[in-house]
Design a binder for this molecule. Structure first.
Ligand SMILES: Nc1nc2c(ncn2[C@@H]2O[C@H](COP(=O)(O)OP(=O)(O)OP(=O)(O)O)[C@@H](O)[C@H]2O)c(=O)[nH]1
Length: 406
């Protein structure tokens, strides 16, 4: 998570500084859309937290569409009964029962699966693979002279390619599924003899065009999801996690601690919480201006990111208060890190937008993050320790008193 947070933070911050240095940009919508292409092409660059949000979104669509397919699929038996001779009706019936059972399996799997990204992706894949497999089964089993009698089967690849647009799939995922559907259509054309005929080429062209539209829908859906997710979880000034995202992340870290402890041989993993607040920040705003204050906050956030590791989490808790989760660090170790940060802030050169140097110091409260306590308790302890550091003169690091520093 941290790697992506750091990268996102840096990218966000450099974009923000560019924006401050240059006149307002004319909106290039196409460029804005294309710049998100890297993130919609594959999930390689997605943070782990976004992957969970993405999987939840995917799950709701898998549930909806698998229910629709489950209800619609048996209805077609009526059409089969009207157009197919009885011996072929039996064959398609066998296929439909298999399809129905498979679809019901997908409904159940999607319903019971929470927070399991791979399983949700698997259920989405199965939702597309099952109708395609059913069509393939019918094509393989039916005598080729009877294929002409099939009504309403040829649209299955088209329906599935159109269904791709309902999901926030990455472009590579949709492309793989779309190519499989083109292959399926090609096979059906080889069976019914329309391969490379005018009608066959027309159908291929139509399916390829439909795939293009679905890919565009995937791209815009996923990039919108990413943008909304970033807006909802990141602070616009610093690019760090905001308070809501931090609180969710704290719970995830605690769940992870419990999971590790459950695996006896690994033992428990200590984690700590730092709450850092800029000293006399109001004076900075009053003396240098609000935008210089913003610039100091931005530089402070950058310093915190630089001073912490890949798996740690830095968040803007509010105003000029920041929280850092140190994963795998005991309180003693966290005190060393806090002292290093305090020292780095004291010696760093902060500047306003005109380049004027601004002296900055920070006070930091430190506490252990217990895996079984409400996360709010740890935040409260760190806040009380921070308050003591302020009271004792500022530019100080204070450890929380046990059990609660009140
Ligand atoms: N520039 C800027 N200022 C902010 C922002 N958020 C909060 N502030 C200011 O931060 C200041 C916080 O002031 P106080 O709570 O009095 O704290 P302080 O002056 O840092 O004093 P101590 O914390 O006691 O050392 C207020 O003046 C807020 O307006 C922001 O996003 N940008």
């Amino acid at each position: 998570m941290r790697f992506s947070q750091t990268r996102e933070t840096h990218e966000y911050q450099s974009r923000r500084l560019d924006a401050l240095a240059e006149p307002p940009e004319v909106g290039h919508e196409l460029f804005v859309g294309l710049s998100a292409l890297r993130d919609t092409l594959s999930s390689r660059h997605h943070s782990r937290d976004f992957a969970f949000a993405h999987a939840r979104y995917l799950r709701s669509r898998v549930l909806a569409l698998s229910l629709i397919f489950t209800l619609l699929s048996p209805l077609w038996i009526v059409v089969d009964a009207l157009v197919l001779p009885s011996e072929l009706l039996y064959l398609t019936l066998v296929g439909r029962v298999g399809l129905l059972l498979g679809l019901m399996g997908v409904v159940v799997l999607a319903y019971v699966t929470h927070e399991r990204i791979r399983r949700i992706r698997f259920s989405a894949g199965m939702l597309l693979a099952l109708p395609a497999g059913f069509y393939l089964f019918v094509l393989l089993m039916l005598p080729s002279e009877q294929v002409q009698n099939l009504v309403g089967y040829g649209f299955i690849p088209f329906l599935l390619v159109a269904a791709l647009s309902v999901f926030p799939f990455t472009l590579l995922e949709s492309l793989a599924a779309g190519l499989a559907m083109l292959g399926l259509l090609g096979f059906s054309q080889a069976v019914d003899g329309s391969w490379l005929t005018g009608r066959g080429v027309e159908s291929m062209w139509l399916l390829a065009s439909l795939l293009g539209v679905s890919l565009a829908a995937n791209h815009f859906q996923l990039s919108l999801l990413l943008r909304l997710y970033r807006q909802a979880t990141h602070d616009p000034l610093t690019g760090l996690y905001n308070r809501g995202a931090l609180e969710l992340h704290l719970e995830k870290v605690q769940a992870w601690q419990r999971e590790i402890e459950g695996q006896d041989r690994l033992g428990s993993i200590p984690c700590s919480l730092l709450m850092a607040d800029l000293d006399h920040f109001k004076q900075i705003n009053d003396s240098y201006g609000h935008s210089a204050g913003d610039s100091v906050l931005y530089q402070f956030a950058e310093l915190l990111v630089q001073q912490t590791r890949r798996h740690d989490c830095v968040a803007r808790y509010g105003g000029e208060e920041f929280v850092i989760i140190l994963v795998g660090s005991s309180q003693a170790r966290a005190l060393d890190v806090a002292e290093r940060i305090r020292h780095a802030v004291e010696n760093a050169t902060f500047s306003g937008f005109d380049g004027e140097p601004i002296p900055v110091t920070t006070s930091i409260g430190v506490t252990r993050l217990e895996q079984d306590e409400p996360a709010q308790e740890a935040l409260k302890r760190a806040d009380h320790a921070l308050y003591r550091a302020k009271r004792e003169g500022r530019n100080l690091v204070m450890a929380a008193l046990e059990p609660c520093d009140a």
